[in-house]
Write a protein that binds this ligand. Sequence first.
Ligand SMILES: Cc1cc2nc3c(=O)[nH]c(=O)nc-3n(C[C@H](O)[C@H](O)[C@H](O)COP(=O)(O)O)c2cc1C
Length: 399
Amino acid sequence: MKKNILLCVTGGIACYKAASLTSKLIQSDYSVKVIMTESAMNFVSPLTFQALSRNEVYTDTFIENNPEVIAHIDLADWADLCLVAPATANMIGKLANGLADDMVSTTLLATTAPVWIAPAMNVHMYDHPAVQKNINTLYQFGHRFIEPGEGYLACGYVGKGRLEEPETIAELIHQHFSEPAQPLKGKNVLITAGPTKERIDPVRFLTNHSSGKMGYALAEEAAKMGGNVTLISGPSTLPSPLGVKVIFVESAAQMYDQVLHHFPKADIVIKSAAVADYRPKHVSQQKLKKKDGNLTLELERTKDILLELGKRKKQQFLVGFAAETENIEEHALSKLNRKNADMIIANDITAEGAGFAADTNIVTIFQKKHPPKTLPLLSKSETARKIMEEIIQNMVGES
Ligand SMILES: Cc1cc2nc3c(=O)[nH]c(=O)nc-3n(C[C@H](O)[C@H](O)[C@H](O)COP(=O)(O)O)c2cc1C
């Protein structure tokens, strides 16, 4: 059965790429219908999209050519996938705020199909906090973004803001409609991510550089593989991964409580959070005042979550992370044994491309019965996918 793509074209220079995308989708045997905003028609004529899609092009909510249906509801129901490409800052703002004052925004508010957004704009527009806030809101609604690429922009700037190439967008659409492998269907996956914050007084705390990116990437990949994923996250500004239940905590003690609460039902547990090993022994209820001389802060041990899970482990496949600065193999193997874990993912956080806030990582996977496996420098998403594949392979091996 042909899949129906509703392509929403909004007013940017990259409209010409939407024409090429339409042609590629038609050649790949999709049905394509196009809605254009008034601004988009300043860049490309509706006739171009009509000819390429071999369908009527919709430009005005109040032009109702077929009296048997209401066009925007009919289109909203017809679509298997809605794609806004290029998506202007203006349209992103409208969608984030539930506005419906043109054919694109009205139809997208009425659809229950997945909505994908491919932004294209000047780099400063893209970086503007208002645009970023709107993007974040749309992420929370479950909309998916096709991130703009970096490069020469039509406005003369070089930076992030180029509409992704039509070939790549078409490939993402093919992947979406091809049957995804769901090896984690029916499995409960518990993942921790991010730093913890340990309070000293009402204004100060101890924390670390963890961004949460690795744990969030793992949660996203596990969800794509069909897992029922719960992510327990320390403070993080990252958008929640699609289809993942996120529980936010602040301190190591809260992380401990939440992890132990969810542990009994979990099939896979991945502890990628950078949990504080120590916390202030006394938390001052009032702000500590500056005095002459040094201040000594007494720290006490927090509870070791991985150790506790290792003791309670039954059906769970238990994975820990080791962020090291030296003797990686020795520390990872020792952690594997001491904590009764099934796998330790170790990385040298001093290596280039492997730091806390980086988008890439270089990890080595340690397991009791297998030799260590080092993955090359990869994006955190690719690293996450390979780690999940390794876990799945070894879970099968265990049973
Ligand atoms: C030459 C030109 C190029 C533009 N390119 C973009 C663009 O790439 N991205 C964007 O967000 N807005 C761009 N704009 C501004 C939008 O067209 C404008 O914000 C408009 O209101 C968007 O309307 P729409 O979202 O209904 O299509 C451009 C405007 C002009 C005149």
